[in-house]
Design a protein around this ligand. Structure first.
Ligand SMILES: [Zn+2]
Ligand SMILES: [Zn+2]
Length: 490
C-alpha cells in the first residue's frame, strides 16, 4: 500500500508543480458528517492531483475522500486511497476522467469516526497541472527497477481500444482488453511495453488502472498517429495529437511535431518501408514537406514484415529508409516494434508475439528513463530473441569517447578508434555498416568467444560520418542491429 501511494505521487511527475495546501481541524462534532473543502480551479488546468494526510491515526480518526466539480460528482474513494489523480482523459479508479472545468471544486471529507475528545489536523495538497508543469503526467508507476541496465521491450502494440483483437471466453473474435497485452508481454519476458492504439488515448485510463497491479513491467503511454500518408508513434503525451493530415486540424506535419514538442513527448516514424495498399492503408511513409530534424526515432523493424517475408532485412524493412536519413545527416535512432494486434495468437512460443525486442541502456526501468534512453540512442535490436546477447560500440577520438547513439567531433586526419563489443554471440558474424565513402580496416569478424571485443579504426576526413554493426547467423540471417556512432552530426 505504501509503495503504491508513493508511486502515485511520483508517477504524476509533480515535482515541478507547487501544490496548494488546505488545512483544518476535526473534532467529535464532525463525527458522521461530511466536510466540504472548496478550492478554485483556473481555466487551462489539465489535471488535478490530490493527496490528503492527517495526524489522527493513533486516535483511529478516519477520513473518506470524494470529489465534486462545478457541475457535479466526480467520484468517491472512501477510505481506500489517500491520493488520486483526475484528468480529462484518465483518472485513478474511483474517479471519473473528463473535462477539468474551471470554477469551484469541492474535496469531500467523509468522517465516519472522530472520537470524543480528539482533535485531528488534516492537510490536503492539491496540485493543478497545466501545460507549464505537466511533466511526466502519463508515467503510470514508480520505476520498476532503479538500477541502470539494459532493458528489453517493445514500442508498438495494439489493444481493443483500436484494432487489437483476441478470442473471447465463448470463442468469438472480440476487441481485446488491455490486460491481455500486458499479460502476453510478461509471458514474453519483456521489461517494458508500450500500448500504441491508433490515434486514440482512451487506453491510457485503463493503463492507469492496471499499472499498480502490473508492477513488474514498465508500461509506456503511446498512440499511433495514423494518417493516410504514414504512421508514427508518439510516446508519453497526455493530450490528444491530431492525425487528420491535410485537414484544418492538421494542415502539415509541422503541426504534429509542434504538438509533440509542446508535450515533451517523443515521435517515431513507423514501418516506413511498408507499401500502402488495401492490406495496410496509409502504412507507407510519404507525407509531404517533412522536416526529419524533428523526428526522434524510426521503427526500423516491424514484425508483420517478418511474418510476410520470413526475414527481417527484406528490402521493405525500415532499415534502408533509416540509413538514407542517416546519410542525409539526420541523427535518428532506430527502434523496433512488434505491432502486435493479437496478444493470444499462438506462434509456438510466447516470445514471438513481441518480436523484435528493442534493448535499451536506461538509468532505470521507468517510462521517463526508457524514453530518455531512446533520445540517447544506446540501443540495439534483438531479432532472434536471445536475452543476454548484446552488441555495443564504443568510439574514441583522443579524449572524446562515447557509445552507440553518441556524437563525437573530429577534424580531418583524426583517428577514430572503434570497439565492437558482443556478448553471447558465438558463431555470429559481425557486419560493419558505414556511411558511404568510409573504409574501415579490420581483421576477422567471426565472433568466437562468449564475450568479444573487435577493435577497428579509420581516419576522419573532417566530414560527417556514421558507423554501426549488424550480427548475422551462419545462414546469413540478420539477428542483431546496432545504432550508429555519429561523427560530426549537429
Ligand atoms: Zn501502423
Ligand atoms: Zn500499429
Amino acid at each position: 500500500m505504501k509503495n503504491w501511494l508513493l508511486g502515485l505521487m511520483l508517477a504524476t511527475g509533480l515535482a515541478q508543480a507547487e501544490p496548494m495546501i488546505l488545512t483544518g481541524t476535526l473534532t467529535h462534532a464532525d463525527h458522521n458528517t461530511y466536510r466540504e473543502v472548496p478550492f478554485e480551479v483556473p481555466a487551462g488546468t489539465e489535471a488535478i492531483y490530490v493527496k490528503v494526510s492527517h495526524d489522527g491515526q493513533d486516535d483511529n480518526t478516519v477520513i473518506d475522500l470524494g470529489m465534486y466539480d462545478p457541475f457535479g460528482f466526480r467520484g468517491w474513494s472512501g477510505g481506500n486511497k489517500t491520493e488520486f489523480y483526475i484528468s480529462q482523459f484518465d483518472a485513478t479508479p474511483s474517479y471519473r476522467p473528463g473535462p477539468i472545468l474551471h470554477g469551484t471544486w469541492h474535496l469531500i471529507l467523509g468522517l465516519p469516526n472522530v472520537s470524543i475528545g480528539v482533535e485531528t489536523d488534516f492537510r490536503a495538497e492539491i496540485t493543478l497541472i497545466n501545460s507549464e508543469n505537466r511533466g511526466n503526467s502519463t508515467e503510470f508507476h514508480t520505476p520498476i527497477s532503479t538500477e541502470r541496465g539494459w532493458y528489453r521491450g517493445d514500442f508498438h502494440a495494439h489493444t481493443g481500444h483500436s484494432d487489437g483483437s483476441c478470442t473471447s471466453l465463448a470463442g468469438n473474435k472480440v476487441p481485446c482488453p488491455v490486460h491481455k497485452t500486458l499479460d502476453a508481454a510478461l509471458e514474453a519476458g519483456l521489461d517494458f511495453v508500450s500500448v500504441t492504439d491508433h490515434n486514440t488515448l482512451t487506453h491510457q485510463a485503463t493503463l492507469r488502472e492496471l499499472a499498480p497491479y502490473y508492477d513488474t513491467i514498465a508500461v509506456i503511454a503511446g498512440r499511433e498517429v495514423t494518417t493516410f500518408n504514414g504512421h508514427a508513434n508518439v510516446f508519453s503525451a497526455n493530450q490528444p495529437t491530431d492525425f487528420q493530415l491535410g485537414s484544418n486540424r492538421l494542415p502539415t506535419l509541422s503541426h504534429l511535431y509542434q504538438q509533440v514538442e509542446d508535450q515533451n513527448a517523443l515521435i517515431s516514424i513507423n514501418h516506413p518501408g511498408r507499401p500502402t495498399g488495401a492490406e495496410c492503408m496509409g502504412c507507407g511513409w510519404n507525407p509531404p514537406g517533412n522536416d526529419y530534424s524533428r523526428v526522434d526515432a524510426i521503427e526500423i523493424v516491424n514484425t508483420p514484415q517478418y511474418l510476410l517475408h520470413e526475414t527481417f532485412d527484406h528490402p521493405l524493412s525500415g532499415i534502408p529508409f533509416w540509413e538514407q536519413k542517416l546519410e542525409q545527416g539526420y541523427r535518428i535512432i532506430g527502434i523496433g516494434g512488434s505491432d502486435n494486434h493479437e496478444p493470444d495468437v499462438d506462434y509456438g512460443d510466447p516470445k514471438y508475439r513481441f518480436a523484435p525486442v528493442t534493448v535499451v541502456k536506461a538509468d532505470s526501468l521507468s517510462q521517463a528513463d526508457i524514453l530518455d534512453a531512446v533520445r540517447v540512442g544506446r540501443i540495439y535490436l534483438d531479432l532472434a530473441l536471445e536475452p543476454g546477447r548484446l552488441i555495443d560500440i564504443e568510439a574514441r577520438n583522443g579524449n572524446q569517447s562515447g557509445f552507440m547513439g553518441d556524437t563525437l567531433t573530429a577534424n580531418q586526419g583524426d583517428r577514430i578508434e572503434l570497439t565492437f563489443i558482443t556478448e553471447q554471440a558465438e558463431g555470429l558474424s559481425l557486419e560493419l555498416i558505414t556511411s558511404s565513402g568510409l573504409t574501415i580496416e579490420h581483421g576477422e569478424l567471426q565472433v568466437n568467444q562468449s564475450e568479444s571485443q573487435h577493435q577497428m579504426s579509420y581516419t576522419s576526413d573532417g566530414e560527417r560520418s556514421w558507423v554501426r554493426a549488424n550480427l548475422r547467423d551462419s545462414d546469413g540471417r540478420l539477428v542483431m542491429v546496432s545504432n550508429p556512432v555519429f561523427i560530426n552530426f549537429d
